[in-house]
Design a protein around this ligand. Structure first.
Ligand code: ZN
Length: 368
């Protein structure tokens, strides 16, 4: 079955400047200057592979507009936005914690959040069946009052509030498969029962102090936050078990009007900032599962927005696999890394991972 799949991309996203760094830290003695982990390369190569595979031209191109101040202020506090504006108008700086940006960075961040909104608008208008916003900078770590973990604005959450308050949807769900915890989305909807926030991440990777399974939301939002902190070393078997036994049942119980996927590819084997073993067939399988539950509960309405993923050679093949599944169009490109990663020991669900999935299953009863 083929579907109409939208894509958001702008070259200017790649001009978001994370500056001279070494991995995630600023360079300077004793750290030799180099590149920042969050640089344009993985995303550009993802876009390039879509093009050379012939898939890009079969997607519906969606134009991003800058998120408006009204849309941004549904999530962020004015003090923080004013600080971003000031820094952006001069030298750039750090938006909070590990979040460098250059001059003009605020405008690119607005266009990044606006890209997710544009993707969502197209899905809700029925112009496309589903959409992928290949945006940068990422967003899922950004909190109302500060940037964090390379994220300036909370792209997915801003789009989520737009779905609720702009489009009048009653319930939305987030399924965050980035290897790091979706702390920003969690905090923003912590007391809000209109959003089910699910994050599947490597246990205490980043941020090191959030993402606990006991964090289930508070007040009216109690029961509507699900964290599945998988142990380092989890492979495709563990991920599939989480989706079959926790994510899909949760979505069926909650019945959202729309599903948003903060999509980082840093759970892939060989990622420098994660220690998991996902591969392209794994992402293909998870996408299929999400599409089938989206068909059941919300007429297939699915919006993905790009987050992390730092291994430049492999990320494009995860992205292509996801786009092929979303659109139902299989190109003639096979992932040359697949055999290597599929052959890694421990790809099947391991007993200590099963224990985590079993504990997460206990959270399903809290969804009303
Ligand atoms: Zn990440």
């Amino acid at each position: 079955m083929t579907r109409k799949t939208g894509i958001v991309w702008q070259e200017i996203y790649m001009w978001h400047d994370t500056g001279t760094h070494a991995g995630v830290l600023p360079a300077g003695y004793p750290i030799q200057p180099g590149t920042h982990a969050e640089n344009p390369e993985t995303k550009r190569r993802f876009k390039n592979l879509l093009e050379v595979s012939g898939l890009y031209e079969q997607l519906v191109q969606i134009k991003a507009r800058k998120a408006t101040e009204e849309q941004i202020l549904r999530v962020h506090v004015p003090d923080y936005i004013n600080r971003l504006k000031e820094l952006s108008a001069t030298t750039g700086g750090d938006a909070g914690m590990l979040t460098p940006f250059g001059p003009g960075g605020y405008d690119i961040a607005r266009l990044s959040a606006g890209g997710v909104i544009a993707a969502m608008d197209a899905v809700l208008a029925g112009t496309v069946d589903n959409a992928y916003a290949l945006v940068r900078p990422p967003g899922h770590h950004a909190e109302p009052d500060m940037g964090k973990g390379f994220c300036l604005l909370a792209n997915a959450a801003i789009a989520g509030r737009h779905a609720l308050e702009g489009h009048g949807l009653e319930r939305i769900a987030f399924v965050d498969w980035d290897v790091h915890h979706g702390n920003g989305t969690e905090r923003i909807f912590w007391e809000d029962p209109r959003a089910l926030t699910i994050s599947i991440h490597q246990d205490r990777n980043f941020p090191p102090d959030t993402g606990d399974m006991r964090d289930i939301g508070e007040g009216a939002g109690e029961g509507f936050n699900i964290n599945v902190p998988l142990p380092a070393g989890s492979g495709v078997g563990a991920y599939e078990a989480v989706y079959d036994r926790v994510v899909l049942p949760a979505l069926r119980a909650y019945r959202p009007d729309l599903i948003i996927v903060p999509s980082g590819f840093d759970a892939g084997a060989h990622d420098p900032l994660g220690r998991m073993m996902m591969h392209s067939d794994g992402y293909r399988s998870l996408t299929r599962k999400l599409l089938s539950v989206a068909d059941e509960v919300c007429a297939g309405r699915l919006v993905m927005c790009h987050e992390g993923g730092y291994n430049a050679p492999t990320v494009p093949f995860y992205g292509l696999a996801v786009m092929e599944e979303l659109s139902g169009i299989r190109t003639d490109v096979d992932d040359p890394f697949l055999a290597l990663f599929a052959g890694m020991a421990g790809q099947e669900l391991q007993p200590h991972q099963d224990e985590v999935v079993r504990a997460a299953e206990q959270l399903l009863g809290q969804i009303k």
